[in-house]
Write a protein that binds this ligand. Sequence first.
Ligand code: FES
Length: 541
Amino acid sequence: MGCRTPKDGCSPQGQCGCCTVWVDGAPRVSCVTPVRRVAGRAVTTVDGLPADVRQAWVDAFVAAGASQCGFCTPGIVMRLAALANRPNRPPADEAAVRTALLAHLCRCTGWQTVVEAAGAVLGTDPGVGPGSVPGDEPAIPTAIPTATSPATSTATSTLGPARDPLLAAWRAQLEGPMFQSAGAGTVLGRAGFADDTAPPGAVVAVPDATGGLAVAGTLAEARRSSGKVQGRNSTVPLAHPVAPPPGDWVLSLQTTWVEPAYLEPDASWCVPGGRPASPLANGGAFGGKRRSPVPEAATALAGELGRPVRVLWSREDVVRRGPKRPPVAVGVRADGTGVLRVARSGSDDLEGLADRVARAAPGLAVELVDVPGPPTSADLRGAGWAEAAVVTAVLGALAGGHAGPGTPAEVTGPSGGRARVTVAEDGTVSAEVWAGEVLDPVTLRSYCVGAVHQALGWVRSEGIAVDPAGAVHDLTIRSFGILSARDTPHVDVTVHPSDRWPVNGSDAVFAATAAAAWLADGLPPAWPTRRGPAAGTGAAR
Ligand code: FES
């Protein structure tokens, strides 16, 4: 029907929540709802909400910074807006909001800002209130903000005054690291995602089992002719394919393959002779999709067929074909010398990784170890650098005689952004960040909260199963181990403004959180620390 606000993040797995709509006022995941079941019933998308209700959610999401890429947002808004529709039920409290969010996944925001936005609309949190909403059109700033204000605390009352969309986009580009717009259009699913903007009548191309493309007039036909089989969760255990060499290490660590888990699958379209649409229209992949082959495929096929072509990956395609964070093994001595081994498999892009490791931990020798597995990339959020920064931060804490919950971990990022993070006994996370001129405090805070969430997942729960032959088995989006809204602790973020040039701050928060979480967990030798076998399975290679 050309309705583009419900998004397809995993269809037909029914697991990401991006396609949530109302059926007779109750939220339903549309990708697993057969059309026959909605015969004679009312289907409502975010476009069909009453204007005042829709505006209240837009205001709250913008004020809290609860959308980054925005791909997950329309589905989340539909879920949360339904909480106000429950007859004979008490008003939804924070616990009810977090429970409702269990039906959704978000890679970017880390949930807290979404919960705050819900509190503002549903009246469950008097401390949260919507601020001024910028228009969708970027405005030219009249002045760069001065850095004379005191530290920006976590209280959402500090999110006003009015946000400037250009400064928000500048801050997002430093953190993302891709262009990203904020505003009503992003909350309402109109951020210009590639598969939403394709011209009507474009043929659809999807990967087939032979490595080629199946082409048809509709997505359903293309997927049928490609032989697509829905991916399932596996019982294959997580593996740690590289191990540190024997040595007198005071600290050792093994990690596994981690899926970048961006919610918007790779997509592009092109007209003959034209420029292909970017699969990163509104960021959100944290280094993923930068070398996605879909724009090139759309360009070539449009030229060959002489008509507009959409190229679209399914969730299973993303898991099988997209690059992963490479597994590493680290052994380090108290003086910071040691070895960092990085798994190299198939079609990798690990260029520059050794230089980035050297910036965080000059005493670590980098070794690439060939193992069978999915492609890996050093583009993914601080890959290699962050692992080295974690080890350096933990050594610093140990040298000061500290370990365990509440131990602060400090990291300085490659661009000079700095963070200090602690993970308390009760799980609460406190993060301080220095990232130069703040530009837009809502955006910076949102990215820092999201970085905490990503780091906690990386240390404690994220990973995908890869068998000894290198085949990926965890093909469903729920199997990646992304922390749910209920499992994500409260995060306090304090931003320290300065008059220095604005730099990325959330990558430092990401690495410092990982170090602080690892310290809080007692430094077990393998990640993830709270899922499956805690020690390195398959580490003998
Ligand atoms: Fe939720 Fe990007 S804002 S996936």
